[in-house]
Design a binder for this molecule. Sequence first.
Ligand SMILES: NC(=O)C1=CN([C@@H]2O[C@H](COP(=O)(O)OP(=O)(O)OC[C@H]3O[C@@H](n4cnc5c(N)ncnc54)[C@H](O)[C@@H]3O)[C@@H](O)[C@H]2O)[C@H](O)CC1
Ligand SMILES: [K+]
Length: 485
Amino acid sequence: MITTDRMAAVDANAAALGVPRKQLMESSGNAVAREVRAVAEPGATVALVCGRGNNGGDALVAARFLKGYDVTAHLLGRPETIRTDIARENWDALEAAEITAETVTDSRDIDLAGPDGDDPDVIVDAMLGSGVSGGLREPERTAAEAINATDATVIAVDVPSGIDADTGDPTGGPDSVRVRADRVVTFHAEKPGLAALDADVTVADIGIPAAAERFTGPGDLLGLDRDSDSHKGDNGEVLVVGGGPYTGAPTLSALAALRAGADLVRVACPERVAGAVQGFSPNLIVRALPGDRVGPAHVDRVASLAAGNDVVVLGPGLGRGDGTHEFVREFLTAFEGRAVVDADALRVVPDVDTDADLICTPHQGELVGMGGETASDPDARAELVREFAAEVGHALLVKGAVDVISDGEDVRLNRTGNPGMTVGGTGDVLAGTVGALAAVTDPFRAAAAGAYVVGRAGDAAAEANGAGLVATDLPDRLPEAMRNE
Ligand SMILES: NC(=O)C1=CN([C@@H]2O[C@H](COP(=O)(O)OP(=O)(O)OC[C@H]3O[C@@H](n4cnc5c(N)ncnc54)[C@H](O)[C@@H]3O)[C@@H](O)[C@H]2O)[C@H](O)CC1
Ligand SMILES: [K+]
């Protein structure tokens, strides 16, 4: 089962793996033609009703695969207004091949009947697919009514036009016009909304590599951009809780959170290191906690600071010690928000009873310290991480040459990054990045996207600095790494 958003992500990941959308469209069109052949013998009349997006493009490809059938393509709009290059190229190919094609610009001109005035044997509904928004407009609306009025076998491409593939509901409200299909050929995987329809659904493999789903890619960044009309705070407020024995760690997390798009980043750290943290950057808001270590005495103060933020990043530079663990335990027990837990705070997580929504970011040694298991084979490790995430009830991002991300159900692997990133501090950058992303998306996506972009930033830094890569190289490279291309 795949949602429309995830499908768009997987499609972008496939393109990054060298399988561009035009190639997928060729497979989609082929699958549509196969479905036509399954319901009608050669010689049958087939009307392809094509919108101007890629859903229409799929049917334009199908026309080339339907030799021996009496095919007419009806394009709803002028060819110049076809919305994508790949659909237009397939329209041009159709014309060049002299396959019967008509354009319909006025809904009153829609006529699906063949030369003898009879309904076609088969109608392919390729008006709108996953790009639909709102109720059908003209000429699609009238065309849908015309399709529904025939006694042709109606095959919908991807989803019946006017239906939301995620919900199965008509896109214009309960009584709005939509195509009533006998069959649906949907691509790559079943869509959540199709099962409820009164249609036979075929899932066609269109050649998207399994790696496009299994591994993170640029598609995992879709939808994470800032809204153009957003206000200060809309893009996330992050509280980093750490420092004591170390000052660099909370600072790196905080700088990374800012570069990953958070609007405001606050650092709660012992007063002994507060000046040093602030000294790194005027962009940070520092809240000093009395003393030189974070301990149980600070729980109330940190809890009240946390309440004003979307996400807490807990752990960078906290150090270990009875007081630290006690602080983490007490804080998490009462906390009900979202937190990234890293470094010395991790060990406490499996024993804490908390309503918080956590993303734990252990390396493999820390995973074992938490009670988890690891394996050298990535697939075996992925399954172990998934099981452990389900057991602790939180999302895990287990760092390694290949990172494994799981929320106990889904698993994603991340291959970006390089051996140069084993230097100190890159984990702090990752925790801060995931913290910023967790303010704008769910924990699993935040962890997957965070691992991907920090690895990419590290790859760019390694290219520039070779073996001299240091963690402070990474935050400034995050904005470039977060572009979804
Ligand atoms: N990997 C994949 O996801 C693949 C998908 N394929 C096919 O592509 C469509 C989705 O194509 P897209 O161009 O994104 O959108 P549509 O064709 O569904 O819509 C295009 C166009 O229609 C206009 N529009 C939107 N809403 C309405 C409305 N209510 N009334 C009228 N017109 C509307 C709007 O301007 C849109 O831009 C997917 O379903 C698959 O069939 C591939 O070919 C293979 C890979
Ligand atoms: K359709």
